[in-house]
Design a protein around this ligand. Sequence first.
Ligand code: ADP
Ligand code: MG
Length: 321
Amino acid sequence: MGEFELISRHFKRPAPPLGAVILGVGDDGALLQPTPHHQLVISTDMLVEGRHFFPGVDPEALGHKVLAVNLSDLAAMGARPLGFTLALALPAADDAWLAAFARGLFALADAHACPLVGGDTTRGPLNLCVTVFGEVRPGHALRRDAARAGDDLWLSGRTGEARLALALRRGEPWATGDVSAVAARMDRPTPRLALGQALAATPGVRAALDVSDGLLGDLGHILNASGLGADIDLPGLPLAPALRGLAPEHQHHCLLAGGDDYELLFSADAAAHDAVLAAGRAAGVAVTRIGRLTNGPGLRVQDAQGRTIETPVRGFDHFAD
Ligand code: ADP
Ligand code: MG
């Protein structure tokens, strides 16, 4: 199978141009027509074998995940997806692998009406890179630098299960439980697109990001960009059943510094409390108030007695170790 046969067999689909796509796979460039007077939102994320996923991982799940992590960035901006490109380095043209990968990829793409419009395919160590294109109404993007002191801090869903799945697969001694209860949180994250768009349309919702490298580390990006501090209420964090049996230290690590969660962390004016809950209901996603933003610098996590506890504040950093 040659390069062009591979592309047309697995990645070029006969479907007519959809939504914003005037011209898709097959030309030197794709043509997208955003809604008039909207702004483009563009984001890229790469998954590298051995770094972001285990060798031999289920290709269907990988197809899902490489698009999901990118759609999660659009969700965090409050954007509506328009389309995406896919750059692939493959060690070999394995037909069965490609078919499963494309199945996972297109199932998620179709669920969000986000068509594949182009890409690049080359031989090399397994490496997947997606670029997503989305749109927002001017002034409605959820930016990291838009938080204000006194804002409530909110989290969608719950954190920590993907970290527990990773620990169980690695055989980390503290991790207990059944990996099948948490594996999907690591392998098939759900991009919170409906929630992101509902929040962008909710007055009083200010800053947002998606939690990919650990709750506290990612919160640090909002605090730095907005020049604020935060108080987090640890007992107020939603706790997955699978995390209940862990020793407190490991439970806190999963909740606060786990990574791979792909939940939305966002700030909103206290007056928007009920509107935020309504946005969560409309999107079918639980949203929980987990703390508030403060004028002073610094991030404090308080336990049930109001005592500040020691926390791992650093998120994941590819070049830190
Ligand atoms: P060019 O040489 O003009 O850059 P290529 O030969 O790399 O184009 O690709 C041919 C067409 O196939 C282009 O439209 C490109 O966007 C598309 N394409 C290549 N790889 C992929 C892929 N993995 N998924 C989707 N489209 C792809
Ligand atoms: Mg060309």
